[in-house]
Design a protein around this ligand. Structure first.
Ligand SMILES: O=C[C@H](O)[C@H](O)[C@H](O)COP(=O)(O)O
Length: 242
């Protein structure tokens, strides 16, 4: 691999540590995002070097394309059925390993994949670790039909949770509404700090028109936090150990 920036060295260190957990015969979920790219590259190296026999499902078209370009065969999640391990990135990680995901708009497939896995391991750089979730915008994937009424429901929910007046932006890409792999759009909620993650997650899930939000609560088993010097810190919900 070419010389990496300090930020990429951190991501790659986390990715290598995660790929060290992969064993021959495993069924794997492959996450999405810039850290997941390193993870897929490191996985491909091990597959080539050791001839690992794996069954892999991807959480996005982008990851599917990357993996297949590196010689990793991707199958539909339903063809595999259940996964031993999913390795994915995150936008924020709190001390209980609750996450915000979806910065790349892939959180719907990512959540379905993680929920179909015995273990979810997150790979990230130290900038993702926070005391409380919410500084990163919370992505909410919504169906385009009736989006304005869906917004009204979300606004009502935020008001009821003491989160009034928070910006809610329709995500754009190249001057167009961003579309997810499922053809939906994303509302990014700027919340600053989320006082009651559980109530917000439940409230969002109950709104017709909301397909999925980026709060991953109680889903992550282990977070591997890479450093620019190449070291990796392991975070579990119970403890932080080096
Ligand atoms: O939708 C994208 C995913 O949830 C990513 O895993 C997340 O945004 C982290 O991406 P990155 O590793 O690029 O920061």
């Amino acid at each position: 691999m070419p010389d990496l920036s300090p930020a990429d060295t951190a991501k790659d260190a986390a990715a290598r540590a995660a790929i060290a957990l992969v064993e021959d015969g495993m069924r794997l979920g492959l996450g999405t995002g810039s850290t997941a790219v390193f993870m897929v590259q490191r996985l491909a190296e091990r597959v080539r070097a050791e001839g690992l026999r794996l069954r892999c499902a991807a959480t996005s078209r982008a990851t599917c394309d990357l993996a297949e370009s590196l010689g990793i065969r991707i199958e539909e999640l339903d063809a595999i059925g259940w996964l031993d391990l999913t390795i994915d990135g995150a936008d924020e990680i709190d001390p209980d390993l609750n996450l915000i995901k979806g910065g790349g708009g892939a959180h719907l497939r990512e959540k379905i994949t993680a929920a179909a896995s015995d273990r979810m391991v997150v790979v990230a750089d130290p900038g993702k670790v926070v005391e409380r979730l919410g500084a990163f915008h919370l992505p909410v994937e919504v169906v385009p039909f009736g989006m304005e009424t869906t917004r009204i429901h979300i606004r009502g929910l935020l008001d009821s949770l003491g989160l009034s007046q928070r910006p809610m932006l329709l995500r754009q890409r190249e001057g167009q509404d961003f579309r997810t792999d499922e053809g939906n759009v994303i509302l990014d909620l700027s919340l600053d700090e989320i006082p009651e993650c559980g109530a917000l997650a439940q409230g969002l899930a109950a709104i017709p028109g909301v397909v999925e939000h980026g709060l991953f609560l109680g889903m992550c088993d282990l977070a591997l936090i890479g450093s620019p010097d190449g070291r990796v810190i392991e975070m579990t919900a119970a403890q932080v150990a080096q």
